[in-house]
Design a protein around this ligand. Structure first.
Ligand SMILES: Cc1cc2nc3c(=O)[nH]c(=O)nc-3n(C[C@H](O)[C@H](O)[C@H](O)COP(=O)(O)OP(=O)(O)OC[C@H]3O[C@@H](n4cnc5c(N)ncnc54)[C@H](O)[C@@H]3O)c2cc1C
Length: 273
């Protein structure tokens, strides 16, 4: 796996507006003496979240500066822990072997290496307050999820969109910036906090709590609870809708019915009949 640090310190800074302009643009900051430039928003980090936020804000007429500290691409690999001893012994050899064995593997042997390979064990899960005065965090900078659940890219793009929708007007001098940041922070928390809680719970292999046991066992037995579970696991609905009382009541009824049906079988096997 290659990754130099997690989570990164990328984020979005909102600058006081000094002059009106008709159309937004993302400007390459190529000169170190950039004091002459004038931007509404400075984005640090041109990963998925930063790039998406830059594009979406620029489309709304915001003047954006997008800063990136790297000039080379990154790639991640996520082998399971059974391979850890081999990776510890020979990081590069194990990495190459892992990539070669992938279905339709990219031609790793003829590829040009641009950085060293870095291994990370126990990927940390971090949640930050998504805003501070004049600053907003998007993507992994706000919240680093368990890669096994595979939502980091989706959340990076999604949070960029929420930020652009919330702050574009204020960033161009047509609204209150603090209030807009508050709108973004609330949306971010409302939409992602519950999912992150669940993902972290899985990542830490905590035992299922009674609510999870109720929902998972009912989903295995009832098609409509299973469909509901799918909507939540696909992040199409949030935790509040997932745990709505009607579904909880249905899941309880499904499990009680199942238990009722299971008793005669258990009884039969105990009596040996
Ligand atoms: C091993 C692994 C496997 C993963 N697998 C999946 C998966 O299958 N599916 C999925 O959805 N997600 C996966 N993820 C998560 C996903 O890659 C991230 O959630 C996503 O890339 C976050 O995007 P981002 O733009 O917030 O951050 P990043 O992609 O990390 O981009 C941040 C950018 O900011 C730059 N930067 C940092 N600090 C500064 C600074 N001070 N100044 C300027 N630039 C700076 C960095 O160089 C980088 O380009 C995986 C992650 C890992 C580590």
């Amino acid at each position: 796996m290659t990754r130099d640090h997690v989570p990164d310190r990328s984020g979005t800074a909102l600058l006081p507006r000094t002059a009106p302009h008709p159309e937004g643009a993302i400007s390459p900051l190529t000169k170190p003496e950039s004091a002459g430039y004038d931007y509404d928003v400075v984005i640090s980090g041109a990963g998925l979240a930063g790039s998406a936020a830059a594009v979406l804000l620029a489309r709304r007429g915001v003047r954006v500066a997008l800063l990136e500290r790297r000039s080379d691409p990154e790639a991640y690999k996520l082998p399971d822990k059974k391979r850890l001893p081999a990776f510890r012994e020979d990081l590069e050899g194990s990495f190459l072997e892992f990539v070669r064995a992938l279905p339709e593997a990219p031609p790793i042997d003829s590829a040009e290496r641009v950085t060293k390979i870095i291994g990370t064990v126990n990927y940390p899960l971090h949640s930050r307050k998504p805003t501070a005065p004049g600053v907003a965090f998007v993507g992994d900078a706000a919240l680093t999820g368990d890669p096994l659940w595979g939502v980091g890219c989706g959340w990076a793009l999604q949070s960029a969109q929420w930020l652009a929708e919330a702050i574009a007007s204020a960033a161009t001098g047509r609204g209150d910036l603090d209030r807009s940041l508050g709108v973004y922070a609330r949306r971010h928390r409302r939409r992602l906090r519950g999912h992150q809680y669940l993902a972290a719970d899985f990542a830490k292999a905590r035992p299922f709590n009674p609510l999870k046991r109720l929902m998972y066992s009912a989903a295995a037995r009832d098609e409509s609870v299973a469909r509901h579970m799918y909507l939540f696991a696909s992040r199409l609905i949030g935790p509040l809708r997932f745990l709505n009382p009607v579904v909880l009541a249905r899941a309880t009824a499904v499990n009680i019915k199942h238990r009722g049906a299971a008793v005669p079988l258990a009884h039969l096997s105990r009596t040996g009949s």
